[in-house]
Write a protein that binds this ligand. Structure first.
Ligand SMILES: O=C1O[C@H](COP(=O)(O)O)[C@@H](O)[C@H](O)[C@H]1O
Length: 232
């Protein structure tokens, strides 16, 4: 599927434009279907976008927010993507949104993934909005290079849901939505900032091995058109 590059002068301009676009899409979803869903990424890049989106005048009580992926750590861990979203997005007007976490206290990460799949089963299909990030190693969501369940996670015939992932570059074990759950989002965005990430994107675009750079699955096989938002 084709991708479109949206370039901005700086991260503030990108955050404002992306928040405008996402807010418009959530409003349309609420008007058309009575509810809206958005899957967001963790990491350091989305903070400014989250802050801009949190103040948007939307009927947030009809919006469900989930994470694209999560570390297997409790919500009070500084490494938690839930904590990031709670701090920077689920506040101001967006405090009225419903947040469905991926992390669950469970005997094993597999059990937590099963709970997360069940709890998120009624959200999306497709998501109205999915915002992906990308690491310097070419991972997106928790689709890490050489991840232990990477092939299954990227297989579009794997049912939409939450899977576990372990990889040398991932630190903690991870919970991640499958590619099938994200690929058909009504608005599919890759949000990256900095020249280094642009260079990583160019490298990904120049090759096809998804085991080496899983972002290639999104670039080459996503069901929805990909909107790449970039600022230096
Ligand atoms: O591990 C993760 O990293 C990526 C990218 O994060 P960034 O700090 O380089 O912006 C993120 O998209 C993903 O959700 C997160 O779990």
């Amino acid at each position: 599927m084709a991708s479109t590059l949206h370039s901005f002068d700086d991260g503030a301009a990108l955050a404002a434009a992306l928040a405008d676009e996402v807010a418009a899409r959530l409003k349309v979803a609420i008007s058309d279907r009575g509810a809206a869903s958005i899957a967001v990424s963790g990491g350091s890049t989305p903070k400014r976008f989250f802050e801009a989106l949190s103040g948007k005048d939307i009927d947030w009580s009809k919006v469900t927010v989930v994470l694209v992926d999560e570390r297997f750590v409790p919500a009070d861990s500084p490494r938690s993507n839930h904590l990031l979203v709670a701090t920077h997005l689920l506040k101001d007007k967006a405090a009225a949104a419903t947040f469905v976490p991926l992390y669950h206290e469970a005997p094993s990460i597999d059990a937590a993934a099963q709970i997360a799949t069940k709890e998120t089963a009624s959200v999306g299909k497709p998501f109205d909005v999915a915002i992906l990030g990308m690491g310097g190693d070419g991972h997106t969501a928790s689709f890490f290079p050489h991840g232990n369940h990477l092939a299954t996670a990227l297989d579009l015939s794997t049912p939409p849901g939450v899977m576990t992932m372990a990889a040398a570059g991932a630190g903690e074990e991870r919970l991640t939505f499958t590619f099938s759950a994200l690929s058909d989002a009504r608005l599919l965005v890759l949000h990256i900032e900095g020249q280094e990430k642009k260079d990583v994107l160019a490298k990904a675009q120049a090759g096809s091995d998804e085991t080496e750079m899983p972002i290639r699955a999104v670039l080459n096989r996503a069901a929805s058109p990909l909107n790449i938002y970039w600022a230096p």
